[in-house]
Design a binder for this molecule. Structure first.
Ligand code: PNS
Length: 195
């Protein structure tokens, strides 16, 4: 086991079985592992940082040397502030390699004392990514076996809420069209919906 602290940074939107597999492998190799969720991602996330953090905490509760945290700004600065010596990243396929190599070399340029360590998740997860999981789930497809059960459940809840909100918005738009484009005040909208 490598003495010292490693960080595993990422978006985790949401955590997949591939992420979890990598965390479990990392926890066997590093004395301490901090899974760090980027807070200021430019992408508009499906899950809030708090939701992602809470899911990861639940999923890693059995791993005593793993902690979940969030960070902002430069990853190497955050890693240094924790006293980390390694950055853990997963590589699933050759397609990941180019981006990961670029990032690792940039991070090395920014902070030469930090070493990036790449690990491969189990091959059964080699095609699983958060982006594809979101896409499949949003289109109503099954994500069983691709994400942990708690994530599957949260995806279902999130998509049900989204559907409900879209339906409410459609009703409001139809109300407006009914009134020849005239805006309704909220009380009128409610009365009209009840009618
Ligand atoms: O899961 P992701 O989206 O592939 O993770 C990418 C992440 C969060 C590791 C990367 O974007 C990152 O470290 N962002 C923080 C800002 C930073 O340090 N950028 C320079 C990277 S070379």
């Amino acid at each position: 086991m490598h003495k010292g602290l490693a960080i595993y940074p990422g978006s985790f939107d949401p955590t997949t079985n591939g992420h979890l597999d990598l965390i479990e492998r990392g926890a066997k190799i590093f004395e301490d592992l901090v899974v760090a969720i980027l807070r200021n991602s430019e992408k508009s996330p499906m899950f809030s940082v708090v939701e992602r953090r809470d899911m990861l905490r639940e999923l890693t509760a059995h791993l005593k040397n793993v902690r979940i945290d969030t960070f902002d700004g430069l990853m190497v600065e955050y890693a240094k502030s924790l006293g980390a010596t390694c950055i853990l990243r997963g590589i699933r396929a050759i397609s990941d390699y180019e981006y990961e190599l670029q990032m690792a070399l940039m991070n090395r340029k920014l902070e030469p004392t930090l070493e990036t360590v790449f690990m491969m998740p189990a091959d059964k997860y080699s095609y699983v990514s958060s982006r594809l999981v979101r896409e499949v789930a949003q289109a109503g497809g099954p994500v069983k076996g691709l994400v942990p059960e708690v994530v599957e459940q949260k995806l279902r809840e999130k998509l049900a809420i989204g559907k409900q909100q879209r339906e409410t918005r459609s009703i409001e738009i139809l109300d407006r069209i009914d009134l020849g484009g005239k805006e309704l005040n909220p009380k009128e909208t409610k009365r009209k919906k009840k009618a």
